[in-house]
Structure formats: structure tokens, C-alpha cells
Design a protein around this ligand. Sequence first.
Ligand code: NAD
Length: 429
Amino acid sequence: MNIAIVGSGYVGLVTGTCFAEVGHNVICVDNDDAKVAQLKAGKIPIYEPGLEDLIRKNVQLKRLHFTNSIGEGVEKSQVVFIAVPTPPQHDGSVDLSYVETVARQIAEHIKEYRVVVDKSTVPVKTGEKVAETIRRYAKPGVEFDVVSNPEFLREGSAVEDLMKPDRIVFGVNSSKASALMHEVYSPFNAPIMVTDLNSAELIKHASNSFLALKISYINAVAAICEASGADVEKVAAGMGADKRIGRQFLNAGLGYGGSCFPKDISAFIKISEELGYNFQLLKEVEKINADQGERFLKKLRDKLWVLKDKKIGQLGLAFKGNTDDIRMSVGIRIAEQMVKEGASLLAYDPKGMEKCNQLHPDIKTVNSAYEAANGAEALIIATEWVDFKSLDWVKIRESMRTPLIFDGRNLLDPSEMKSLGFEYYSVGR
Ligand code: NAD
């Protein structure tokens, strides 16, 4: 099939590449000229495991193309995906201006039947608005359908998540669009769930909110573990062995961050409010999450007494492991707070430093975990990079001025760290 993806970021670029990988002809559109030029020159603007090879292969096979012309995408493709940002506004609601702009641009270029698929995360009923907008701005009589196809990929394993999804959800109001969507997705051999438009949109917000709820729940349990001397890892393992609960997303730590969870949860609260429901439960999820970083900093202040002029190393800036994405990262928030309190901080992240240097010049970065630890009076782990597990911890202990570790992601084994001579603090154990 001929497919266009409007918006070539974490979602659009990976989706387009995976569509090409299963044999479709894909045009990735972006209005960021520099990004398009970079992609055309074979440079990949984001880090995702496995992505670079797949892009290279599919560009060579002429199944994957890049352009800044949405007209070209709409003209050459039966199905046009929208994967542009839906950032939060000050009151927690979603800024839908990117989606609206693209809907109008599609309308201006549409000449014959097209399926317009919203893959951006949007409030329920956005699909109806997109359809209304296209109808208003397109030539009279032009046929099209709007579909909602929420994306569930996780940054850091986006290629794998897209190639082997747990399920594919699309909400459609027409059998013609449904048939074309089946054609898009049949090569993936994954369960396909077809719903109405509004339900598909709600599935995304309801899923992300539920996952965030699991994280905040285990963080609340971690506070009880700390107060009672229990071990949250053991509690989570015991809970997670129950199939009705599941072990995933029961990892105590600094809480959730990133470009999705924080904005999606506040959006869901706002949407519910507009629809007449006070989603108190999710407000509490947000509060627990916000408190989690503060509780961690308090632990640090309790042990180090004064942060001013203390030499502190930080491992991890990305919002999670395996990504270069630092948007709404708890690690960034914590680093900035320590700098504000006068700590002399040196941070390291395997992939997130370039973006950190561009956007947060107040956070000083170094080129290795060992440099961050050298001479430090405390070392913080803020991101769950597996690479940090296999560092030479003996070397690190020897290079630190005082060997204190604050593991905000429960990445390391407490007894092992203690036996290596560290004073070791983590979350809920
Ligand atoms: P992103 O910022 O990485 O990428 C968006 C891209 O859209 C950018 O390259 C930007 O230049 C481009 N763009 C903006 N306006 C445009 C326009 N008018 N025409 C063409 N291109 C335009 O964002 P993302 O992380 O890929 O997220 C996209 C959407 O997918 C959001 O709604 C997000 O909530 C949702 N989502 C994200 C993830 C994730 O893990 N990142 C997962 C699931 C869903």
C-alpha cells in the first residue's frame, strides 16, 4: 500500500519505517526542514534501538521516502497517518493545534478518497473534529474517512513494539476504511481490535492512565515499605505473580516522566472534567508522582545535610533507559533542583546528553559514569539504564570522596553494594 505519515518524530518515524519493513511504500512527511534534510542525508535524528539499520535498508529498497511536502504525501498515498505532537497546555488540557493544522492541510490537498488516520494521542471526540475540519476545508464532494489508531509503543523498544504489538486498535465508522486498515496491518500478524472512533481514542488515555496508576500505587507502597522495614521488590514480586495484577509497571522509583504519561494523565483528568466527571483517583496518581522526586531529594538532604558545594555525580538524564529522550524527565528535574541548591553536579547519560546540553546548559555533563563519580560525595542513579549495572563499582567506590549511592531506580542490589563498601540508599527497601 502507499502510506503517508505526517510527523516524523518518535512515533511517526518508527511507524513509517516499520510499515516499510513489512512491504508498504511509505512517505514520511515533516515540516521541520532540517529534520527532513538530515533524514535524506541518512542521519537519524533520534535514538531507538534497531531503527537506523531498518531505515537504511528500506531507503535502499526505495520503500521509505522523506519529504517536507504534505501535498506530496496526500497525493501519493491511500492512507494518511497523523503523528504530530499533542503537547499539554497550562491547564492540563491538550493543545490540538498541530492536529488541526494537519487536518486543514490534508483537506487542501485531498482530491480523491483517502483514509485519514489519527495516531497522535488525542482526547475522545477529536476524530469527529478532524472529520468536520476536513469536510469544511476540502473541495465539496471529496470522499474520505477518519480513523483513530492509537499508538502504544514504548520509547526504547519502539521498533520491537511496533513489529510485534500486543494488539492493534483502530476505531472506524466505515467498512471501506476498516478494510484498508486491515490491509495496512495484516502483515504484522497481531490481534486487531476494531471499535468505534470514540472508544479507540479512550482506550489510549485509559491505558496510559492505568499504567501510571500502577506506578504511583507501587510508589505509595514503597513509602509504607520504608516506614515498616519491608522490601518493595519482594512485595511487587509477590503481587505481580498474581496473573490478575502482573509484575510489569510495579517498579518503585522516582516516578514516571517522559513526553507521554504526565501529559496524558492530566489530559484525561481534564477531558473527564469537561464531560462532567471528577477523576479524583487520577489526581492522586499525579500527586504521588510529583511527591516521589521530592521524597528522594529529601533523602539526599537528610544524609548529605547541605547540598550547597557538595560534589554530586548523577547517572541518567533520559526519562527512561534505552532512549535519548529527556522530555519531562524526572532525572532532569532532580538535577536542576540540585544545581539550584548549589550542588556541584556532574551528570552522565549514555544517549541523553546531547539534548540535555542543548536544552539545559545549567546541568554540566561529562563523558562517562566514571568521570561523574570521580571525587563525588554522592552518586545518584536517576535512569534505569542496564549499562549502569555492569559498571566497575569497585573502581567507582575507590574514586569517590565519600561512597554514598542514592539509587532512584532500584537498579542495583543493596547487599552487593553494601558489601562493596557503599552506603547505599534506594526506594522502598
Ligand atoms: P515528536 O515531537 O517526536 O514528533 C512529532 C513530529 O511532528 C516532529 O518531527 C515535528 O516536526 C512534526 N510536525 C509538527 N507539526 C507538523 C506539521 N504540521 N506537519 C508535519 N510535521 C509536523 O512527537 P512523538 O513523540 O512522535 O509524538 C507524536 C504523538 O504520538 C503525540 O500525540 C504523542 O502523545 C503520541 N505518542 C507518543 C509516544 C511516544 O512514546 N513518544 C507513544 C505513543 C503515542
